[in-house]
Design a binder for this molecule. Structure first.
Ligand code: HEM
Length: 329
């Protein structure tokens, strides 16, 4: 525990240094690294967001899982435009698959702080991406430079939420990622987000008790894990029980390559996670990532940046909201 606290203090100190170095990173593309430099008076926007994330992370490390997932759920529907944050009748937030998305309070707090310093400048879409990056870094990940300059979207409808479901085949999942401009390797890397966080038992009920209507357990699941999960997720009481998405046994919530090591020995929790270890299109890459944590951490950051660029609004498009949960129009 002492070692873990020391490691966290060192990470927090390093975070300060990395944020200070932001102004010397070159910009490229429509989105830019350091877009807000000099745009919010003399304030370092990323530092403000980091401070808020840090405060929440110290209280609850599971905030990393919440923010990483929020970026995925935002970017896959109408692009990374913060459409997931809008309150109202039948907005994206109301969609079934967004029912357990968390972390909205972190984004709202960062936005409220920034609005006091430089109103109408920083988009909620950028805050999501910056917050996810900070949380990844605090939770064992490598620092990656996020691009900014996104604008907030004007549309948010529950009926538009069409995220890949855990029951899709691997081919269908590959297609869903390809539609967003993401490669098979990006998909494998981003599923590494499942090294942290939890799932409801409902999402593995079929794997445990009636895999593909066979009345049996999924044979690709390690039998010891299946036994353990059946005790945690009894057939008649699936309800709201949560289990870790990463089946490693030491229970430390970290962004690392342990997820890939687990799926290689049949200890994947979600069906799609297990499938990437078994399918010929993905298994070699899974093995490579399982062997080298540094490779995974570096490439995971790159994949998050790539996902962060999906269908973004820039320039005069969209808006900069004053409050992340409501559109100005
Ligand atoms: C085929 C694609 C994916 C499927 C089918 C999928 C499915 C799921 C499911 C079923 C859960 C549990 C939800 C619950 O019980 O409330 C979950 C949680 C999570 N997902 Fe995914 N996911 C996918 C891709 C991703 C990607 C690309 C990321 C991020 C890079 C991601 C990050 C997470 C995280 C961090 C959690 C835990 C959230 C928490 O504990 O708060 N997922 N995912």
């Amino acid at each position: 525990m002492v070692a873990l606290t020391m490691k966290l203090s060192m990470k927090l100190a390093l975070l300060e240094l990395l944020l200070m170095s932001l102004s010397i990173i070159p910009s490229y593309g429509v989105l830019q690294v350091g877009f807000y430099n000099g745009k919010c008076n003399t304030t370092n926007v990323e530092k403000i967001v980091s401070k808020v994330v840090k405060k929440h992370f110290i209280r609850d490390r599971f905030i990393t899982a919440a923010l990483v997932r929020m970026q995925f759920h935002d970017c896959f529907v109408h692009g990374c435009d913060a459409s997931i944050l809008i309150d109202g009748n039948q907005t994206e937030k109301d969609a079934l698959s967004n029912g357990s998305v968390k972390g909205f309070e972190v984004i709202d707090e960062a936005k409220a702080t920034l609005e006091k310093i430089c109103p109408g400048v920083v988009s909620c879409a950028d805050i999501i991406v910056i917050a996810a990056r900070v949380s990844v870094f605090l939770d064992g990940g490598k620092w990656y430079h996020v691009q900014t300059g996104r604008r907030d979207g004007l549309i948010s409808q529950a009926s538009d939420v069409d995220l890949p479901s855990p029951y899709l085949s691997i081919s269908e999942t590959i297609q869903a990622f390809a539609k967003k401009g993401l490669s098979i390797q990006d998909m494998v890397l981003l599923l590494g987000g499942h090294s942290v966080g939890m799932t409801h038992c409902t999402f593995i009920q079929d794997r445990l008790y009636n895999f593909q209507h066979s009345g049996k357990t999924d044979q690709t699941m390690n039998p010891t894990l299946a036994q353990f999960l059946k005790r945690r997720c009894p057939k008649d009481k699936i309800g709201q029980v949560l289990i870790p998405l990463n089946s490693k046994t030491n229970n430390v919530n970290l962004i690392d390559n342990s997820f890939y090591k687990q799926i290689l020995v049949g200890r994947g929790i979600l069906q799609i996670d297990q499938e990437i270890a078994l399918d010929s299109r993905t298994s070699d890459f899974v093995k490579e990532l399982a062997k080298n944590n540094n490779t995974f951490l570096a490439k995971f950051g790159e994949a998050m940046v790539k996902m962060g660029a999906i269908e973004v609004l820039t320039g005069e498009q969209g808006e900069i909201r004053r409050s992340c949960n409501s559109s100005l129009r």
